[in-house]
Design a binder for this molecule. Structure first.
Ligand SMILES: O=C(O)CCC(=O)C(=O)O
Length: 300
């Protein structure tokens, strides 16, 4: 849908000012959206998943392990396909206020894309280098968005999400190095063209929720604190945004319509988007890709 069509439908949970702010700045930070009635069952379901990883020695498409992961000290970087595990994860994706916020921002016809959790363990959990999501999953238009739900909150030294305000109106960068290898990160050289004076940091209490536009540059530093920073990463698309590439995580719910009706059309937007590699039969995680690249992350 075009922006004026989105705006013609009254929002259900956020205000029109918040909608306009999202499209002006490329993100929203919503500190009080998700309460303990969600967070408690989510924590317990996550604990169960971590228990299952203790016996693992290698990363898989679903579970990405830090190099020093061990059964007595599990260090999982990411678990993907969460919507296929405990029902609470699919309920969060399809029944919580998060999906309503997504529909307020993208239009009433909404598809689920993916749900995963990035752990960022205490004392050194991995950074996420500056990147734009659209470079990982280009669609016919830029109407996908990503939420981060900080289950236990995020302080400045825990590697909170950082976003470059207004960057969604700028260049879409190639996430490749000079040799043509995919890095999953914007290079330090390219970042010189981004407005690093406009960095916004999303710190806040347990349940803090942020949402950013598919073109917004974002990343996060290592976790220097003694407490972990588990973050649910939940992505949706407008129902008329059609992907050009195979999904990294083709779960059973991938592209399921969760709000509205199937529009039966694709909306095309005029933009030049560098294509990612073909991940149809192999993908681990952004951490694994960025591990082998020169770091571009600059802390504010
Ligand atoms: O976990 C984070 O801080 C950032 C997550 C993110 O941008 C991603 O996983 O694509």
């Amino acid at each position: 849908m075009r922006l004026e069509q989105i705006y013609s439908v009254p929002p259900t949970v956020i205000s029109q000012d918040q909608r306009e702010s999202y499209y002006e700045l490329g993100y929203l930070i919503l500190p009080d959206s998700i309460g303990e009635e969600w967070l408690n069952p989510l924590r317990s379901a996550v604990d169960d998943l971590i228990e299952l990883t203790r016996s693992m020695t290698e990363s898989t498409r679903r579970v990405d392990l830090e190099p020093d992961h061990a059964s007595e000290n599990p260090r999982v970087r990411r678990i993907a396909y969460l919507d296929e595990y405990d029902p609470i994860f699919w309920q969060l994706s399809s029944e919580s206020v998060i999906a309503d916020i997504a529909a307020d921002l993208l239009g009433p016809n909404l598809r689920f894309r993916e749900l995963m959790i990035n752990f960022k363990w205490a004392d050194g959990g991995a950074a996420v280098q500056w990147h734009q999501d659209i470079a990982f999953y280009p669609h016919t238009h830029a109407g996908t968005l990503q939420f981060l739900l900080m289950m236990d909150g995020a302080t400045q030294d825990q590697g909170p999400l950082q976003l470059i305000s207004g960057s969604h109106k700028g260049e879409i960068f190639a996430h490749y190095d000079n040799q043509g290898n995919w890095t999953g990160a914007i290079s330090a050289e390219d970042l010189k063209r981004a407005d690093m004076d406009n960095i916004v940091t999303a710190t806040g209490p347990p349940g803090i929720l942020s949402v950013h536009h598919s073109r917004t540059i974002h990343g996060s530093s290592t976790n220097k604190s003694s407490a972990g920073r588990p973050a649910f990463v939940l992505t949706y698309s407008a129902a008329d945004a059609v992907p050009y590439t195979a999904p990294a995580y083709p779960s059973v719910h991938y592209r399921e319509l969760i709000r509205g009706v199937d529009p039966g059309v694709a909306h095309h937007e005029d933009m030049i988007v560098p294509m990612p590699p073909d991940w149809s039969d192999s993908y681990t995680s952004i951490f694994e890709h960025q591990e082998h690249t020169e770091l571009s992350y600059a802390e504010s």
